[in-house]
Structures are given as structure tokens and as C-alpha cells.
Write a protein that binds this ligand. Structure first.
Ligand code: CA
Length: 359
């Protein structure tokens, strides 16, 4: 018997043991214990706590039949080995962000955020109702993984700067900690992107080793104390307009679950996906108030010519992903056409309303 079939039989047998034909309570069903490895430090605000939220929902919805234990970065595996660990079955679930796995597939980047890409609302629309999720499944299938969206930060901030950005010329030589595709865009705009682990950001900014850093948004940035190291807080987060988090599941482990537990796992990710965005929005609101009113942070908008320059370069950089391989092109084409339609609709809905509401 194949191992997978054996595991499946065990799962069904355990579930069936929970009830008898007479309806009398039977021997308690065997608990299924899963491990979730994450790319975040344990209980990191918003992201690590989002992973815990998801694990807790799965336990509650299944009445304890499936219990998920969450491991912070480095507790079981280092943060960037999470994908491989779940792929080979060392853990059943992984919580992270798809753009970390561009070494596996360039197309993965579209499922977190790309510069001047989709907002959180648009991202969920593309994934759930615009063909995005099917493409994401196709990208992860060769690794034996099933992807799920499991949270979103909403629009991030452009970052903390020790000098003012008044024109494109001010980007020249700007040493900024910025990851991913945004880094390549900044480089083409004349800046010097720097890659730094989270723990070194604050001291590097404070000592002047870097001129600027992006991080997340008011909620995380306030907790990180970045306002003590830089004077200007710029918006909008052109490089991460609504970063989607993910929870991928080992396919073999998922298929060994009875159908109702499969549905619980999948639907719990949808609950977690929505809850994280709601939490970030609420906490960013109050944190921004604190940053401005208690810490007197100077909040500034990037000038129009700077944003226009970054946008033109972003279109170039993101478009180049399509040339990497046929699947990346397929994902890029879907993403691009969805974005075009979203721009047209949101121009007369979200944007028009927000403008009408005013400040
Ligand atoms: Ca960020």
C-alpha cells in the first residue's frame, strides 16, 4: 500500500470513530497534529499573530480534531527554508509571502505585491474571482504545495527618510533599505538599494549608514521605533500597495484529511485573510495618530514627478518578469489585464468616493 493511501485510511478511520449509528458518543476521534512553520518571528505584530490567528481558527472550527502548532522563524527551520520544509513534508503548513520564493518561480512575486500593482481589495478580487488563485496553484503545483491567501497589510508606507525628497534628483545616491522589485526600481532611478536583516534596520538608519528604509506601515513602524531614527515619513507605498500573505499546505497531508477538515483548513485561510487586513487598517489608523500627535513625525507625500518616474521604471521591471519563462508570462498577462480593468472601475468608485469624501 502506498504511504499516501495508508495515511488517508487512517484519517477516514479516525473521523468515523467519532460517532456511531445510534448517535451515542463513541471513542474520541484521533487528533490530527500539524506543524506550521513561518517566515516571521514568533508573534511578530500583524504577520506572526496572523499565523497564530489562523492556527487557532482551524482548531476551533474543527472542535479540536485538527491542531496546528505554529513555529516562529528559526524555531524549526530558518525563515527562507519554510517553502522547502513544507514541500518535503517536514511541516504540513507554511506561513509567509510568495515573493520570497522567486528563486523557485519568478511568477511567485505577483502573488504578494509588485510595484504599482493591486491594492488589497483588488488582489483578493483577482485571486478569488479573477483567475489569480488558479494560476497560483499552477505555480506551486510542481512543489507539492497548495497555496492560500492568508492576510494582507494593505497599502504600506514609502518609508522613513533622513532627508527630504523634493525631486527625482534627490533619489540620486540615496542609500535605502528596500527589498524585492522595489529595490531594482530604486537602483534604476539612481538610488543605492541596500539589503538588511530586520534587526539591523534601526541602528543603520540611526547611524547614517543608510539614508532611508521602508518597513510596513504605522502599526509595525511605531512598534519598531523607526520614528526615533528618521525625521520624515513618506507615502504612498508604491512598491508594496497591498502585500498579500500566504499559507501553503503540503498537498499530500491536505489530501489525507477528511473532506470536512479540508474545507475547514481552506475556509479558515479566507477568514484569516480578511481579518489581517481589518486588523492592519484599524491599528494603522491609531498608530498614525500616535506618530503624528505624540512623536511629531513629519508625514510627507512623495512628489508627483518622483512617483511618475518610479512608476515608469516599475512597469519596465515588472514587465521583464514576463520574459523569464512561459508560466511567468501567463501570470503577468492575467495580472496586467486584471489591473487595467480594476483601474477603470476603481477610478469611478474607490478613487472618486475618497476624493469626494475629502480629508
Ligand atoms: Ca515592506
Amino acid at each position: 500500500m502506498k504511504r499516501r493511501d495508508f495515511v488517508k485510511q487512517l484519517g477516514v478511520g479516525a473521523a468515523a470513530a467519532g460517532a456511531t449509528l445510534s448517535g451515542a458518543p463513541a471513542v474520541a476521534a484521533k487528533k490530527i497534529r500539524w506543524k506550521m512553520v513561518t517566515t516571521w518571528p514568533k508573534n511578530f505584530p500583524g504577520l506572526g499573530t496572523g499565523a497564530e490567528f489562523l492556527a487557532k481558527r482551524i482548531g476551533e472550527l474543527s472542535d479540536g480534531r485538527i491542531q496546528v502548532k505554529v513555529f516562529g522563524a528559526k524555531e524549526l527551520v530558518p525563515e527562507f527554508e519554510v517553502f522547502d520544509a513544507v514541500s518535503r513534508g517536514s511541516a504540513q503548513m507554511g506561513h509567509g509571502a510568495a515573493y520570497y520564493w522567486k528563486g523557485k518561480s519568478e511568477a511567485a512575486q505577483f502573488f504578494t505585491a509588485v510595484p504599482f500593482g493591486l491594492t488589497a481589495q483588488e488582489m483578493n478580487a483577482w485571486l478569488y474571482h479573477g483567475g489569480g488563485m488558479e494560476l497560483w496553484q499552477e505555480v506551486y503545483a510542481p512543489f507539492g504545495l497548495i497555496p492560500n491567501a492568508a492576510g494582507n497589510t494593505g497599502v504600506q508606507m514609502a518609508g522613513w527618510f533622513n532627508r527630504e525628497i523634493k525631486s527625482v534628483a534627490d533619489l540620486e545616491g540615496l542609500k535605502m533599505r528596500i527589498p524585492g522589485l522595489g529595490a531594482e526600481v530604486l537602483r534604476r532611478a539612481g538610488g543605492t538599494p541596500v539589503s538588511l536583516p530586520g534587526g539591523e534596520i534601526f541602528t543603520s538608519l540611526q547611524s547614517g549608514a543608510i539614508d532611508a528604509t521602508e518597513f510596513v506601515g504605522p502599526y509595525n513602524d511605531l512598534a519598531f521605533g523607526l520614528y526615533k531614527a528618521a525625521k520624515y515619513y513618506y507615502y504612498p507605498g508604491w512598491h508594496e500597495p497591498g502585500s498579500a500573505m500566504e499559507c501553503f499546505v503540503n498537498r499530500e497531508a491536505f489530501e489525507a484529511l477528511p473532506k470536512d477538515l479540508q474545507a475547514i483548513v481552506t475556509n479558515a485561510t479566507r477568514v484569516a485573510n480578511q481579518d489581517m487586513l481589518a486588523e492592519f487598517t484599524a491599528r494603522n489608523n491609531t498608530a498614525l495618530h500616535t506618530l503624528v500627535n505624540e512623536h511629531h513625525v513629519q508625514v510627507k507625500r512623495l512628489p508627483d514627478d518622483v512617483l511618475a518616474k518610479l512608476k515608469a521604471l516599475s512597469d519596465e521591471v515588472v514587465g521583464e518578469i514576463a520574459a523569464k519563462d512561459p508560466l511567468s508570462k501567463k501570470v503577468y498577462d492575467s495580472f496586467r489585464s486584471f489591473r487595467e480593468q480594476a483601474i477603470a472601475w476603481h477610478d469611478i468608485s474607490e478613487r472618486a468616493y475618497l476624493n469626494a469624501r475629502g480629508g
